[in-house]
Design a protein around this ligand. Structure first.
Ligand SMILES: [Zn+2]
Length: 184
């Protein structure tokens, strides 16, 4: 069985814009400082790197699935040999009642099946409650990062049913922390 580090995208790997907590095109995409270093370290570790991202902009018609694939292809081009193992996205909106939109664990279950991942030996890194909750429900250890929405969200963490196991500054710190754990 494989181990994975699941990653949220917007607010974890890349900046969100002032107006929105998501981006719609490669033109708006900006990596966080040190995010590439973290992703490269992860790609060379024993963990599979798997992005799980809610993209309700697709259901709202703000962007197409092809726009999303274009962003992910460009990320992969920049990462080269250190590419992300897989991307999963939920295109649905709040009212669609799908099984994949975080905090539901559908994307984790799909990835686990496709890539033979042991969820209990895996981590979820997210900047928001829904990702931490989904990760916990899926059986992963969870890390809240303070980029993106994380800085605001961390203030309310005491009220969450599923609190993060760890709170770290950013993606790079989180990946280094996982990397430094000897007995996983
Ligand atoms: Zn969905």
């Amino acid at each position: 069985m494989n181990k994975a580090v699941f990653l949220d995208r917007d607010g974890v790997i890349n900046h969100i814009t002032k107006e929105h907590d998501y981006i719609k095109s490669w033109g708006e995409f900006r990596f966080y400082k040190n995010a590439l270093a973290g992703l490269r370290l992860l790609a060379r570790s024993e963990f599979l790197s798997v992005v799980l991202t809610n993209q309700r902009g697709i259901s709202r018609g703000l962007m197409s699935e092809n726009d999303l694939y274009n962003i992910h292809e460009n990320i992969q081009k920049i990462l080269g040999n250190d590419r992300i193992r897989a991307f999963y996205h939920c295109p649905h909106g709040y009212g669609d009642n799908c099984d994949c939109r975080k905090p539901k664990p559908g994307m984790f279950l799909r990835a686990a099946q496709d890539l033979h991942i042991d969820l209990t030996n895996s981590f979820m890194i997210d900047d928001a409650q829904e990702g931490i909750e989904a990760g916990a429900i899926a059986g992963c250890r969870t890390i809240l990062v303070l980029t993106g929405r994380g800085k605001k969200q961390v203030q309310f963490v005491e009220n969450w049913i599923h609190r993060p196991d760890y709170i770290l500054r950013d993606l790079d710190r989180a990946i280094r922390f996982i990397h430094s754990q000897k007995t996983i």
